[in-house]
Design a protein around this ligand. Structure first.
Ligand code: RP5
Ligand code: MG
Ligand code: MG
Length: 279
C-alpha cells in the first residue's frame, strides 16, 4: 500500500496532541521498531458515546473483519490485523493510538460524490486549457469547517445505509444545504438530483483514505463515485449552498496543482483521465 502522509501530520486535528514522529521507513508494521511509543488520544466527543461511536475496547466485543450487525467492520482492502484486541491500520503506523476523532475502531466507512461538469464560456462553448488543449472539468467542492481545506463533499455511511444513498444524501446536505431546507424544498432538491445520482456513476476509488484523523487503530475508507452532468443542464443549474460540515461550496476547475483534503486529489486525477479532460 502507498505510504500515508496526512495520517502522520504532526499535530492531531482539533487537539493539542502531537503524534509520535514516524519516518517513512518506519511506517510499515513489519519493520521492527522497539522505540515506537505512540501517544494515546481519543477525542472527548467520541468518549461521550454519541450514537455514531463505539464504546472503548474491553467494554464491548466488536466483530472485526465482518459485518457486525448493521456496522460494517470489513475493510475494502482485505482483512486487517488485530493486536491485543486492537485493529491495526492497514497502511501502517501513524504515531497515535486510540480513535482520535473517529467513532469506529478499525475502518470508518465514507462515500465521496464527485459531481462534475465541463467548464463553459459565456456562449456555452467548452473551455480548453491553453497548455494541454484539453477541455477543463469542474467539480463541486466544499470548504471543510474542521480544517478549512477544500474537499469532495463526502460523509460517513450510516449503519445499514447503501453507498448510493450516502452519496446523494451527503451531496444534498453539504452542497445544497438540504438539512436547513423546508420539507417541501428538500423534496424538490431530492427530485432534481435523483436523476443524476441514479445515472450510472463512474467509481474512481475504493479503499483507504489518507485522512488526517486516522490513527493506528481507526481509519477512514471510502468509495468515490463520479456523477457527470455532460450537457450542463442538470445539477449544474442548481444553486449551491453550503451546509452541515461545509463552510463554503463552489464549482472548482480540476487541475493537478489543486491542494485538497486527504488524498482527494488522487480521486480527481482518475476522473480527469477517464473523461479525457485537462489535468
Ligand atoms: C474523508 O472524510 C472521506 O474521503 C470523506 O470525504 C470524509 C468523510 O468524513 P466527514 O466529512 O463526515 O467528516 O476521509
Ligand atoms: Mg456530512
Ligand atoms: Mg463531510
Amino acid at each position: 500500500p502507498s505510504v500515508h502522509i496526512k495520517a502522520r501530520s504532526p499535530v492531531y486535528t482539533g487537539s493539542d496532541t502531537s503524534r509520535f514522529p514516524v519516518p517513512d521507513d518506519k511506517v510499515d508494521w513489519e519493520t521492527d521498531w522497539p522505540q515506537y511509543k505512540p501517544v494515546h488520544y481519543t477525542a472527548p466527543t467520541v468518549l461521550k458515546k454519541p450514537v455514531w461511536a463505539d464504546p472503548e475496547i474491553g467494554t464491548f466485543s466488536p466483530q472485526f473483519n465482518s459485518l457486525d450487525g448493521s456496522v460494517d467492520r470489513r475493510s475494502h482492502e482485505g482483512p486487517y490485523r488485530i493486536q491485543n484486541g486492537n485493529p491495526l491500520n492497514p497502511h501502517g503506523r501513524t504515531g497515535l493510538q486510540g480513535r482520535g476523532l473517529l467513532g469506529r475502531w478499525g475502518p470508518n466507512h465514507a462515500a465521496d460524490p464527485i459531481v462534475t461538469r465541463w467548464k463553459r464560456d459565456s456562449s456555452g462553448q467548452r473551455v480548453h486549457h491553453t497548455n494541454s488543449q484539453l477541455p477543463i472539468l469542474q467539480f463541486v467542492s466544499i470548504k471543510r469547517l474542521d480544517c478549512g481545506e477544500w474537499a469532495i463533499p463526502g460523509g460517513m455511511v450510516d449503519p445499514g445505509e447503501r453507498i448510493s444513498q450516502t452519496l446523494q444524501r451527503e451531496f444534498s446536505e453539504e452542497a445544497l444545504n438540504s438539512l436547513q431546507a423546508s420539507p417541501s424544498d428538500r423534496e424538490n432538491i431530492q427530485k432534481r438530483i435523483t436523476e443524476l445520482f441514479n445515472s450510472e456513476g463512474l467509481q474512481v476509488y475504493k479503499g483507504y483514505v489518507d485522512d488526517p484523523r486516522n490513527t493506528d487503530n481507526a481509519w477512514m475508507e471510502t468509495v468515490a463515485v463520479n456523477f457527470h452532468d455532460e450537457s450542463g443542464n442538470s445539477v449544474s443549474e442548481l444553486p449551491l449552498q453550503a451546509g452541515d460540515d461545509a463552510g463554503q461550496v463552489s464549482w472548482i476547475d480540476i487541475d493537478s496543482s489543486l491542494a485538497l483534503y486527504a488524498n482527494h486529489l488522487h480521486f480527481l486525477e482518475t476522473v480527469a483521465k477517464k473523461r479525457n479532460a485537462h489535468w
